[in-house]
Write a protein that binds this ligand. Structure first.
Ligand code: HAM
Length: 442
């Protein structure tokens, strides 16, 4: 037996039904927040992803050469494609532009719980808005995309962090070069998963000689643990008395306060925790960043995003502020299953037709008419079996109605319709079948 590739899933009908519930919910929420749906190709030029996404994603690419010798990749995320698509007409772009999509992504990762090689994402982005109103709107949408399915702040929460704040912190240690900043942010992103000694050895490469890795590690560990704006301020006070740093910090904390207030106005405050341990693996983020997690669980992220004000300029040559996030289908599906928040799967059939051999033409003609009227209709294939065998199979399908076409009723222009919800049988003229099926819902 040939199996599917590692990290790829088959969606049999019940799994497909759950996926449809998820996509339908995501689409509904995105429309409620007035986002427009877009799409793009699954295959993109390799260069789109190697340019600015960051090493982690580049190592995970499914990439190859096509028959024309082009280097191409299956998209691992949507953000570079969105930037490419909107980048075509930036000068006339409506500001803000709010776009979303629900698409499959591919990453050559080690398959594990919550992580596969093919997965779906809800992506939502606001382009052209420099103020934190954009972050507030996206965070509210991200939270709603979980709350919509019945998840509460006791089950999921959002960890809010800030790469700009981290940059001010690094500046206080004399780190100002973009390459050094990028490398240290990447060390911060993996901080929890590594030994202190390894982190310090890596820091040695990127910190100026004036900053000792051990002192940096200890002060930074304190900042990572800060859970309030006051605690963040205290860490900076302990670290430096440089007025320029404190001025930058003060300006940034005013934006933090503004964003937190907006989130309260949008009824999101119970879901949000200040948490600077979030740095994000993708290199293009420049400001506020966030990830959603299951409360009290060390599992993989449910969603993640942030501001990426420089990506447009790097990919298209034209500056454009942008914020976005993506939620993955794998972790949320596990969570909705765990809390029994998916509806029970049941194939929905309006009518099963059962007929004597002489009535086949009439029955099939009504099958087509009922389908045109919007009903889901099933009838037996192959040589006509006895009515009792057909009825047995018909019950097994659990339809709303069984329609019995017999010669005797047919001569009167009638069909017998059994309603399974109350086990009643009705003799209905042919021309009223569609009305009966649609006007007597279960
Ligand atoms: P990301 O953090 O790489 O961000 O992915 C977002 C979400 O996609 C993750 O939180 C997770 O739920 C899901 N995900 C990622 N990789 C996998 C995987 N291998 N298997 C299953 N699920 C996965 C981005 O993709 C950014 N492009 C989001 C964004 C949009 N930023 C701005 N706009």
């Amino acid at each position: 037996m040939l199996e599917s590739l590692p990290g790829f899933r088959d969606f049999e009908p019940s799994a497909c039904a759950q996926r449809n519930v998820l996509f339908q919910g995501w689409r509904t929420v995105a429309h409620r927040f007035s986002f427009e749906e877009f799409d793009g190709p699954i295959l993109e030029p390799l260069e789109l992803f190697t340019k600015k996404s960051g090493e982690e994603i580049v190592h995970q690419l499914f990439s190859f050469e096509d028959k024309g010798g082009r280097k191409i990749a299956l998209r691992p995320e949507m953000t570079p494609s969105l930037t490419r698509i909107l980048g075509k007409n930036l000068s006339t772009l409506k500001r803000p532009t709010k776009w979303f999509n629900i698409t499959e992504q591919f990453r050559y990762e080690r398959p594990q719980k919550g992580r596969l090689r093919s997965f779906y994402q809800l992506n939502a982005d606001i382009v052209g808005e420099p103020s934190y109103d954009a972050e507030a709107e996206l965070i509210a949408l991200a939270i709603e995309s979980f709350r919509y399915f019945g998840l509460t702040h006791e089950q999921v929460y959002l960890r809010l962090s800030d790469r700009q704040l981290w940059q001010i912190w690094l500046q206080s240690f004399g780190v100002t070069d973009p390459e050094q900043i990028g490398s240290i942010l990447s060390i911060l992103d993996k901080w929890e998963r590594r030994l202190q000694s390894d982190i310090q050895a890596d820091l040695q490469k990127w910190l100026p000689t004036s900053a000792r890795p051990k002192a940096f590690w200890e002060a930074t560990e304190n900042l990572r643990q800060a859970k309030t704006l006051d605690a963040i301020r205290t860490c900076f006070v302990q670290q430096t008395n440089d007025p320029a740093i404190h001025q930058s910090l003060q300006q940034r904390l005013v934006e933090w306060e503004g964003l937190l207030q907006r989130l309260t106005m949008l009824h999101c405050e119970h879901f949000v925790a200040i948490d600077l341990t979030i740095v994000r693996g993708l290199a293009y983020y420049t400001g506020f960043v966030f990830e959603l997690f299951e409360t009290g669980n060390q599992g993989r992220a449910l969603a993640g995003g942030g501001r990426y004000d420089e990506l447009f300029e790097k990919l298209t040559g034209h500056a454009m502020p942008a914020v976005g996030f993506a939620a993955g289908d794998v972790t949320i599906t596990d969570l909705l299953q765990k809390h029994h928040l998916f509806p029970t799967y049941q194939r929905k059939i309006d009518g099963v037709l059962v007929f004597e051999p002489t009535e086949q033409a009439t029955a099939l003609s009504y099958a087509q008419q009922l389908r045109e009227a919007g009903c889901s209709i099933l009838y037996p294939f192959g040589e006509t079996k006895s009515l009792s065998k057909q009825l047995k199979k018909a019950y097994h399908e659990q339809p709303r109605y069984i329609l019995l076409f017999t010669k005797e009723a047919g001569e009167q222009g009638n069909v017998q319709i059994k309603r399974l919800s109350d086990e009643t049988t009705h003799t209905i003229p042919y021309k009223e079948i569609a009305t009966f099926l649609s006007s007597k819902p279960l």
